[in-house]
Design a protein around this ligand. Structure first.
Ligand code: ADP
Ligand code: MG
Length: 635
């Protein structure tokens, strides 16, 4: 990085904190927001509490001191629509900057001034450009402008090869995409929102091609392999069904049958089981594991965390208790290689793995594992030309129209219905204040609650904070302030894995009342006594994520509630949250999502929380084009 002029060791350390190690990393660090300065709003029409760009003459500049001795600069901005007061605290130099004659461009938030009770532009920043300003996510000591400057110089240091277009011209043309170099220019220095949109589509396409290329490669690599012949033992399946503490849904029964037929073919099979959270995928997988075990094969269930491993071991022991099969854990700490069914984490492909002949691999929460990891396990457990069967479980509801394209060549089974007798989760869109009674009542009943906060990114412009969300720590403190006796645990991405497990473990054991967390809690944690899910800044989450998070409650026999706290984001965000509140069906929501957002999203000032990834995965044409190219590339 120090190859870039102006970047010394200190800067380099800051960049590394953002995970940027190479010049390529830096150029692929895309803006999270843009501020569009081309069309300032009239001061008379500027909205409260949102970031606005205004343009006008400055007058009445005064500087006073607050009681604490802080400089307070006041001024008036006038345009053809009217006047707007503005105020700055602790920025005495603003007085001078404002004095210059002519019209000035400012960006800031309008709040009600406590002293005058008037809508007032607070701590705005003066703009010198009239174009679109990219806003980068930053870290301490680094500003968005500094990143923009480094990127501008980094271009010249980037190796030629990095800018070479990797895909054939025809493929880009067919999907109406700019080539790489152009897209890179547009994403960092757009002159209009269409360029931003086109560039984002282009990079989403790259991601999709990579993803689908992996899937096609996987499919193709499976083609030449034979698979263990595991007979579809009808009597055994019947006994399994009878031994279950519940009766299978039709969907589960059909999925088990499809799996049993895969296992019997003698060809290494690959199937994706796509069912909403709580749809009972484990019971389907368990039937396959049982068939394999009884036919004399070892089988493997891969899960992303130690905690999930422990949960699955307990579940399988319960479901298969009467069949005389052994279930063992394989984690960093435990190595029970001798069992018929191995349930483990990535420790499953550690050195010293001791497999017998493996007939079936089940991958829970498949999106948490990379293609290479799956392949590693798959090859490790194979022998000669034989490979185990593979069943991947996914809780991300995918509309039917997308399942085929998104999953390339895999066979997909969907579990549509939920088991009967499930307590519905009541979802409400609430105001901030409504959270306290909910929390209080839940805890008074001896039940537990999750409070989820969005990930925080630092976004600033000339020192003006653009994004005021509260951190998990701040939220936890607030809860302690309101409910002092409540036992609170805090969970976020920066904690070490062992600390995370510890906190989740305590929550699962009922030693904590409230778990305040970022979205790390999304993955398969099962605490039946947790009956309240509060989602802070719900407007920051996409539909799929809200639905996924909500699935953490409603797992026990008590009624559960999900409270979506919306703090902005405009009408669209409100509607999105209302829609999540209106139905509990993940597939319906996914289809709604696809229809509503369609390809791409409007890019503008108020645009928030854009994640390259999910939104663009819903762009059907883009997915199809990427799939087509991926297929060609792996042919
Ligand atoms: P997921 O699909 O999210 O992995 P699980 O397999 O963990 O869901 O199942 C969720 C819960 O539903 C478990 O407690 C399980 O015992 C229960 N369950 C599964 N199938 C049925 C069914 N057919 N009837 C009633 N309860 C079921
Ligand atoms: Mg599960």
């Amino acid at each position: 990085m120090t190859a870039i002029s102006g970047v010394g060791p200190a800067r380099e350390a800051q960049l590394e904190r953002l995970g940027l190690f190479t010049i390529r990393d830096l150029l692929w660090w895309f803006p999270r927001h843009y501020i569009d300065c081309r069309h300032p709003v009239y001061v008379a029409q500027a909205a409260l509490d949102e970031l606005v760009v205004v343009k006008g003459r400055i007058s009445d500049v005064t500087t006073t001191r607050s009681r604490r001795g802080q400089a307070v600069v006041r001024a008036t901005i006038t345009d053809t629509s009217g006047e707007l007061p503005a105020i700055w605290f602790g920025q005495p130099f603003m007085a001078d900057s404002l004095q210059r004659p002519g019209e000035r461009l400012l960006v800031g938030k309008i709040r009600i001034d406590r002293a005058t009770r008037q809508p007032t532009l607070m701590s705005a920043t003066l703009l010198t450009t009239t174009g679109i300003i990219p806003i980068y996510s930053v870290t301490k000591g680094l500003t968005s402008a500094a990143i923009a400057k480094m990127i501008a110089t980094a271009w010249y240091e980037l190796k030629k090869g990095e800018l070479v277009e990797p895909w054939p011209k025809e493929a880009l043309k067919a999907a109406d995409l700019p080539e790489r170099k152009k897209a890179l220019r547009w994403i960092h220095n757009p002159t209009n929102p269409e360029q931003i949109k086109a560039a984002r589509r282009r990079f989403a396409f790259d991601k999709l091609v990579d993803l689908q290329r992996g899937l096609w490669a996987e499919r193709r690599s499976a083609e030449g392999f034979s698979g263990p012949e595991i007979p579809a033992d009808v009597a055994l399946l019947k006994a399994y069904r009878q031994a279950l503490p519940f009766s299978l849904t039709d969907g589960q029964a059909a999925a088990i049958w499809a799996l049993a037929q895969d296992l019997a073919t003698g060809q290494a099979s690959r199937r994706l089981l796509n069912g909403d959270v709580g749809s009972g995928k484990t019971a389907v997988a368990a039937a396959g594991l049982l068939l394999a075990a009884k036919a004399g094969w070892q089988s493997v269930l891969l899960a992303p965390t130690d905690l999930l491993v422990q949960q699955h071991v307990a579940t399988l022991q319960k479901l298969l208790g009467s069949f005389d099969v052994t279930v063992g854990a394989v984690t960093a700490r435990q190595k029970e290689w001798g069992a018929d069914i191995l349930v483990g984490t990535h420790a499953l492909w550690s050195d010293g793995a001791q497999y017998k002949e493996v007939g079936l691999i089940v991958i829970d929460e498949q999106h948490r594992f990379g293609v290479e990891q799956r392949d590693k396990l798959w090859n490790l457990t194979g022998a000669g030309q034989r490979r185990p069967h593979l069943l991947s479980l996914s809780a991300t509801p995918i509309p039917r129209s997308l399942a085929l394209t998104l999953y390339g060549g895999l066979d997909v089974t969907r579990l549509r219905e939920k088991p009967a007798g499930r307590q519905p989760i009541k979802t409400e869109v609430v105001k901030e204040g409504a959270v306290w009674p909910l929390l209080r009542e839940t805890i008074a009943r001896g039940e537990q609650a999750y409070v989820v906060c969005p990930l925080i990114e630092e976004l600033e412009l000339n020192g003006l904070l653009l994004d005021e969300r509260r951190t998990v720590t701040a939220v936890a403190e607030e809860i302690t302030g309101q409910l002092p006796l409540v036992r609170i645990g805090v969970l976020h991405g920066k904690l070490a894995a062992s600390d995370k497990d510890e906190v989740i473990g305590q929550f699962a054991a009922g030693k904590l009342d409230v778990l305040v967390a970022t979205t790390v809690v999304e993955v398969g944690v099962d605490v039946p006594n947790a009956t309240l899910m509060v989602i802070e800044n719900a407007e920051r989450f996409g539909i799929a994520q809200l639905h996924q998070l909500r699935g953490r409650v409603g797992r026990g026999s008590q009624a559960s509630t999900c409270a979506l706290v919306v703090r902005g984001g405009g009408r669209a965000a409100q509607q999105r949250c209302q829609h999540v509140a209106s139905t509990d069906d993940g597939f319906l929501l996914a289809e709604y999502d696809l229809k509503e957002r369609g390809p791409g999203e409007l890019v503008g000032l108020s645009q928030s929380g854009y994640q390259l990834g999910f939104i663009d995965e819903l762009d059907v044409e883009l997915i199809e084009a990427a799939n087509e190219l991926a297929k060609q590339l792996t042919a």
